[in-house]
Design a protein around this ligand. Structure first.
Ligand SMILES: C[S@@+](CC[C@H](N)C(=O)[O-])C[C@H]1O[C@@H](n2cnc3c(N)ncnc32)[C@H](O)[C@@H]1O
Length: 227
């Protein structure tokens, strides 16, 4: 099992097997659509946004119209992210921001790699009282046991909705990506054919098996402190 930082410092999407590149792109499209739909209800004026663990900016289009800071622990990933100057190399476990700074925090496919309790505490700390968080994470309650990260052989720990309730109020959750792992053995052309109708199928499955897709998408609000 490889160390997280070392793994991402060496990350080069071009070196991945073809099926992985195709499936990552497909998963990102599904996740993008789900988050876009959540963001369509986000009405704060001139929000300050943090994309925490932004990687090479696969989800940049979600936040480009906001005043957004992009943070990642890996310089390699930040260098690959060519679109913005508002980038910070930093650790989600020690965020370099004051308390109650952000209106919205996105944390996409990061929490599975880190100490989730510490990371959630830090996200909570830098979030404004009425701020929102959108998290995407590998789902521990997914329908298929062999989940997408297995092939990377890097530390990751799947999560469930109940992992968020100590720090946050869960406003909404959904999940996406119901492709059975067996598709990875298909030749490229067949895999692409399977994926064409799959977005539609995936959306149906997500309604039938709520919360059972491989990626869990959760919208959170700061829990009110009880005195
Ligand atoms: C699976 S990638 C996701 C990147 C991006 N959010 C996306 O979905 O395309 C995980 C990212 O988390 C970053 N990361 C891992 N540990 C981190 C930490 N402790 N603090 C900040 N970023 C971290 C990695 O460098 C990597 O870019």
């Amino acid at each position: 099992m490889r160390d997280i930082k070392e793994f991402y410092e060496m990350w080069n999407i071009e070196e991945l097997p073809e099926y992985m590149k195709i499936l990552i792109k497909f998963a990102d499209e599904l996740i993008f659509e789900e988050i876009s739909s959540i963001l369509s209800d986000f009405k704060v004026k001139d929000p300050l946004v943090l994309d925490c663990g932004c990687g090479f900016g696969a989800f940049y289009k979600l936040t480009e119209t906001f005043n957004t800071i992009y943070l990642d622990i890996s310089l390699n990933m930040l260098k690959k992210f060519t679109m913005t100057e508002k980038k910070i190399c930093g650790n989600i476990l020690h965020l370099p921001f004051k308390d109650k700074t952000f209106d919205l925090i996105l944390c996409i496919n990061v929490l599975e790699h880190v100490d989730k309790s510490k990371a959630l505490k830090e996200i909570n700390r830098v979030l404004k009282d009425n701020g929102r968080v959108i998290v995407v994470v590998i789902n521990k309650n997914c329908l298929f046991r062999e989940e997408v990260f297995n092939d990377f052989r890097v530390f990751h720990k799947a999560m469930g909705v109940d992992d968020f309730i100590s720090e946050f109020k869960v406003l909404k959750y959904t999940s996406t990506y119901f492709l059975p792992p067996i598709v990875k053995i298909l030749p490229r052309s067949v895999l692409l054919k399977v994926l064409k109708p799959w977005k539609w199928i995936d959306k149906k499955l997500s309604k039938i098996f709520k919360g059972k897709g491989q990626f869990l998408i959760v919208e959170l609000e700061k829990a009110k402190v009880r005195h």
